[in-house]
Design a binder for this molecule. Structure first.
Ligand code: ADP
Ligand code: MG
Length: 308
């Protein structure tokens, strides 16, 4: 197997002030993947990405980008990655076209190999090429940052919460473009709060929580790990507390007449759960089942009980 696109070993970060944001991250991101880096707010996703971007200094550990150690070969490491930061920061007094030309200059891209207009077209900003960036909407700024991350044609593109504050139509446009880049060979790493997007886009997902990796697997395998199944039941009376049902993992009272019951399909089944309800004297009006989705897996791995 070829060297990973990104390889992190024992990465830690303690911010001035004492907050330990990363507690030893070990992670390999394979070349050619669309990799989802997920985790609740404050988990350490942006810290990890900002270390790769050279915006934050790590405390200990090592990071390699496309085989280049960020300490030993910082220029090569930087040239191998394009990063769209979570924060919308850039020079308000440059136009989008100037912003891209300037960035290309910083990366030493010769004039004849620059593709500022092509990139602006790709993110649908060609009609805004020559207006001041400060007049762009939030979604437009986000897309400009995507174009800016690509001026040096890096083999790895990292997007930190790229769809935060971007409306649905543009989100779709952004993902279409990301898929296109991926199809053309770019390794993609993204963080997102929209778990459904991660589930449909990413072939591999790592979940971090409190500065540690708590899961790292193929998306499909990750979805299979819990073995959980959910039963959504409408019952025939109002309850104040969820009834005890044997062999279930959790019983949640959604409102007076609706129960969300989760069980492990390897040890019990829906019939047994419904029999448990009947035994508690509760009638069933309607029932539906579904497999655990990424959100369920995510909650299981990042809820209080899983925290270190
Ligand atoms: P995420 O991107 O997963 O939401 P972050 O990496 O932004 O998480 O933050 C991880 C932790 O580090 C949080 O507790 C956050 O408050 C803290 N943190 C982030 N940036 C700084 C900073 N510049 N100074 C001090 N603490 C920070
Ligand atoms: Mg973040």
């Amino acid at each position: 197997m070829s060297e990973p696109a990104i390889s992190l070993r024992g990465l830690t970060k303690t911010y001035a002030g004492g907050k330990q944001a990363l507690k030893g991250i070990d992670l390999d991101i394979p070349r050619g993947s669309i990799f989802g880096l997920l985790g609740p707010n404050g988990a350490g996703k942006s810290t990890t990405i900002n270390i790769l971007a050279g915006l934050v200094n790590k405390t200990t550990g090592s990071a390699r980008i496309w085989g280049f150690d960020i300490d030993e070969h910082p220029r090569n490491a930087k040239a191998s990655i394009g990063i769209v930061p979570q924060e919308l920061v850039f020079d308000a007094f440059f136009t989008p076209f100037e912003t891209l030309e300037l960035q290309a200059g910083l990366f030493g891209v010769p004039r004849e190999r620059r593709r500022s207009m092509e990139l602006l077209k790709a993110v649908r900003l060609d009609d805004k090429a020559h207006v001041y960036s400060r007049t762009l909407s939030g979604g437009m700024k986000r897309r400009l940052l995507v174009a800016k991350a690509l001026v040096h044609t890096p083999p790895v593109l990292v997007l930190d919460e790229p769809t935060a504050g971007v409306d649905i139509e543009l989100r779709q446009l952004l993902w279409d473009y990301v898929r296109e880049l991926h199809a053309a060979g770019t390794t993609i790493v993204l963080t997102t709060h929209y778990l459904e997007e991660a589930e449909s886009l990413c072939d591999r997902i790592a979940i971090i929580n409190h500065g540690q990796v708590v899961a790292n697997d193929d998306t499909q395998k990750l979805l299979g790990t819990t073995g959980d199944k959910l039963l959504d039941v409408i019952i025939d009376r109002d309850l104040d507390v969820p009834p005890p049902i044997p062999a279930c993992k959790s019983v949640e009272l959604k409102d007076g007449r609706r129960l969300l019951i989760s069980f492990d399909k390897r040890t019990t089944n829906a019939g047994a759960v419904l029999a448990g309800l009947a035994a508690a004297g509760i009638g069933v009006v309607d029932v539906s089942t579904r497999e655990a989705d990424l959100e369920d897996v995510f909650l299981e791995l990042t809820s209080g009980k899983a925290a270190a």
